[in-house]
Design a protein. Structure first.
Length: 190
C-alpha cells in the first residue's frame, strides 16, 4: 500500500532522489542524464502512480504525461495534488519549472529520461545513446548497460505491448526501485 506523504517528506524524498540520480561531475562515467529522445505519436495523455522504494522506505507521487509528435509535457504532483514540477520538450529545447520548495539539485529532466527509457521504442533510444551505453531486451525486460556494467533493469509486469500498465525499474547503481502503474491512458484526437 503506498505511503501518503506530506509536503515536507516529499521534498526530503526528492532531495535524496536527486542525490541518487544526479551524479557528481567528477564521476562522469557513472549514470547521468540519458539524452532526451524525440516526442512520438500517437497523441496521448497518461496519468501514473509512481512508487519509489529504498531498503528502508517507500514514497509515491502522481505523474501526468502528455505527448504527441511535436512535444512532451510532464507534471509531477503530490498525492494531495500539489504541483511539484513541470517539464516540456519540443524536440529541441527542454524547459522546466518546479516548486520553490524543491531543492536546486532536483532535475525533472531525469524523471523524463527515465520515463523514456521505460516506454520509448528500443530503436529510437539506441540512436541517442552516448558512447559506451547499450540497451538490450529480453522477453518483458529491458537492460541499460554503461561500459558493460548493468545499471538499470526494466521489468514489464503487464501484457500490453504499446504502453505497459505496470512496470518496475530497478537502478542497481543507486539502489532504488520504481514501480510505475498507469492509472489512465487516453488517446487525444489531433
Amino acid at each position: 500500500m503506498p505511503v501518503k506523504i506530506n509536503n515536507y517528506v516529499f521534498v526530503l524524498l526528492l532531495m535524496l532522489s536527486a542525490c541518487a540520480l544526479n551524479p557528481l561531475e567528477e564521476n562522469i562515467d557513472n549514470v547521468g542524464l540519458m539524452p532526451i529522445a524525440q516526442p512520438l505519436e500517437p497523441s496521448r495523455r497518461i496519468v501514473q502512480q509512481i512508487n519509489a522504494f529504498w531498503s528502508d522506505r517507500e514514497e509515491s507521487l502522481l505523474a501526468v504525461l502528455e505527448l504527441d509528435k511535436q512535444h512532451i509535457a510532464m507534471a509531477g504532483l503530490s498525492n494531495d495534488g500539489l504541483s511539484l514540477f513541470n517539464i516540456t520538450y519540443d524536440g529541441k529545447t527542454v524547459l522546466s519549472d518546479k516548486s520553490p520548495l524543491m531543492p536546486a539539485t532536483v532535475k525533472p529532466e531525469f524523471m523524463l529520461a527515465d520515463m523514456q527509457l521505460v516506454y520509448w521504442p528500443l530503436t529510437t533510444l539506441q540512436t541517442i545513446l552516448p558512447v559506451g551505453w547499450r540497451l538490450e531486451t529480453l522477453k518483458n525486460k529491458r537492460f541499460l548497460y554503461i561500459n558493460d556494467k548493468k545499471q538499470m533493469e526494466i521489468n514489464y509486469l503487464s501484457p500490453e505491448t504499446d504502453w505497459p500498465k505496470v512496470v518496475e525499474l530497478v537502478n542497481f547503481q543507486y539502489h532504488y526501485r520504481l514501480r510505475i502503474k498507469t492509472l489512465n491512458y487516453e488517446l487525444i484526437p489531433q
